[in-house]
Design a protein around this ligand. Structure first.
Ligand code: ADP
Length: 514
């Protein structure tokens, strides 16, 4: 029997799923690693811890089958940066997408117009997550590292270096660095000179279906595969999750709400937003992904659970009930629209659509009759309003969606699923997809080894789907509230800097501890 493995190297863990070539799952492994947050703005990981976790995940799933592993294919977190010395030893940890230390450089680039120039060449929105801004920050704040780095790579490139001793980078990942020109599909010489690095410091660019072979014998033996097993480069986790959900056709939009969230869709040519609100990266087979990542996802629900309902959380736990399910019941006691209470969900700044790290959350419209139950429901609704506003930005470039697919931890709640259909005023399909990033990677692997012709093969592997229809008695309330939500957001914008500045000057003890 032949098998193929899809690996998803995420922010909290590496997941591996082993499939038959017909998409049947034969094994799964999830290996966790820490995120190091020495300051509130720092979010780093250890590249070797992630390498070890990846080897362990592969070893685990290979042990579940006997037969030949035809390929291993990768989905990986985007926007990471590692400096390597001349021997390819890391000079930094993995500076992840969640690291905000380049905030100043991103803000300056936004004000000077440099940021839009970079966006218009690369499709990377102006944000400290972008390796291009991290390089500017390192040059300014850690010039010793900047000067001593022989190579600049992301996490996947480092892992492939450890497996194969070759430095390659596939084009979807490269475009998310802000250094690759999406029209030439090559490193952009202007940007490299603005940043002060050169081509020799960057990996050679290859396609997502590119195979690396000739693995280190000892590592192959540890995993239990032949050293000849091809590793397929794969693509970004965003693009592959989208493929794994089957949202590959024109107008098929996927909404994800996990800890963070995203709205994405495929298009067949580069589509940039004149206001720079959505990203645009090449994927493969003439497909491009456009979308907006948001910080305000399930983490908002976690804040409600931990900070507004701490005693109930403890009680629910004692009763053996999931506190999120308990809170969902509380939210259900309030009508759609929370009797006019609106929540701007920006507890941790926001990426799409406003791209403002200083944005802060607000309850707007509170009256004496509102209760904590209103606050839970308004918080959930606020997350969905924000995702809807990302869709509005996306629609300007790509038109109305034909299908909306939704996924992530939030999909465990029927209330939240219905809310999505009601706010978006569109049917929402929830696939029972398992680890869509691994499935997307597996599909790219199948194409690479000639076992599938194109991405549409994924449709065969996707299980049952449930569809939620918008309910008129709810969406009419949302129709009235959405313009207020959007207008309040615009009006608050001018005060975000001042409140964030105050909070930086007077940090909360919890933030200092972070
Ligand atoms: P990650 O994005 O880290 O992979 P998940 O996709 O599992 O995580 O999403 C986690 C989020 O899902 C939590 O922060 C929470 O908001 C939400 N969630 C988890 N369980 C439930 C539930 N039973 N009902 C509603 N939301 C839930």
């Amino acid at each position: 029997m032949d098998y193929i493995i899809g690996v998803d190297v995420g922010t909290t863990s590496t997941k591996a799923v082993i499939y038959t070539l017909h998409g049947d799952i034969k094994g799964y492994s999830n290996q966790l690693y820490p995120l190091y947050q020495d300051t509130p703005d720092t979010a780093e990981e250890d590249p070797d811890e992630i390498f070890n976790a990846t080897v362990k995940a592969l070893t685990d799933v290979v042990s579940k089958v006997s037969g030949t592993v035809r390929a291993v294919s990768f989905s990986t977190q985007q926007h990471s940066l590692i400096a390597l010395d001349k021997d390819h030893k890391p000079l930094t940890k993995v500076i992840t997408w969640a690291d905000n230390r380049a905030e100043k450089q991103a803000t300056e680039a936004s004000k000077s117009g440099l940021g839009m120039k970079i966006y218009n060449k690369t499709g990377l929105p102006i944000h400290p997550m972008g390796p291009v801004y991290k390089l500017m920050w390192l040059k300014k704040e850690h010039n010793d590292i900047f000067e001593n780095a022989n190579y600049w790579v992301g996490l996947k490139e480092y892992l492939m270096w450890r497996f194969f001793g070759q430095l390659k980078e596939e084009t979807s990942m490269a475009s998310a660095t802000g250094l690759m020109n999406i029209f030439d599909m090559d490193w952009d010489d202007d940007i490299l000179s603005w940043v002060g690095i050169n081509r020799k410091q960057l990996p050679e660019l290859v396609d997502p279906t590119y195979q690396l072979t000739g693995m280190d014998n000892d590592i192959a033996a540890e995993i239990g595969i032949s050293p000849k097993t091809p590793f397929v480069m794969g693509a970004t986790d965003g693009a592959l999750a989208e493929i794994g959900l089957g949202a590959i056709g024109k107008g098929e939009v996927a909404v994800t709400i996990g800890t963070s969230g995203a709205v994405r869709t495929f298009v067949d040519k580069p589509q940039l937003d004149p206001k720079g609100r959505t990203y645009c990266y090449p994927v493969m087979n003439g497909k491009w992904i456009v979308g907006g990542p948001v910080n305000s996802g399930g983490i908002v629900f976690r804040w409600v659970r931990d900070n507004l309902f701490a005693p109930e959380k403890a009680t629910a736990k004692m009763l053996g009930m999931d506190p999120y399910d308990f809170l969902t019941e509380v939210a259900k006691t309030v009508p759609a629209g929370s009797d006019g209470l609106i929540f701007q969900p920006f507890l941790g700044g926001e990426r799409a659509p406003i791209w403002n790290g200083n944005a802060r959350a607000t309850f707007f419209g509170l009256t004496r009759s509102h209760t904590r139950a209103h606050m839970v429901r308004a918080a959930l609704e606020g997350v969905v309003y924000n995702l809807y506003s990302v869709l509005l930005a996306l629609q300007e470039a790509v038109g109305e969606p034909t299908v909306i697919t939704a996924t992530g931890g939030f999909a465990r709640s029927a209330l939240w699923r219905q809310m999505l259909a009601d706010v978006f005023e569109h049917p929402v399909t929830i696939p029972e997809a398992f680890e869509s990033g691994c499935l997307g990677a597996m599909v790219v692997g199948l194409i690479s080894i000639g076992e599938a012709d194109d991405l549409s093969v994924v449709k065969k592997f996707i299980g049952k789907q449930n569809t939620y229809q918008p309910d008129p008695s709810n969406f009419e309330n949302y129709r009235d509230l959405l313009p207020i939500y959007l207008s309040v957001g615009r009006q608050l914008e001018s005060e975000y800097d001042s409140i964030a500045e105050y909070q930086r000057k007077h940090p909360h003890p919890e933030d200092k501890k972070d």
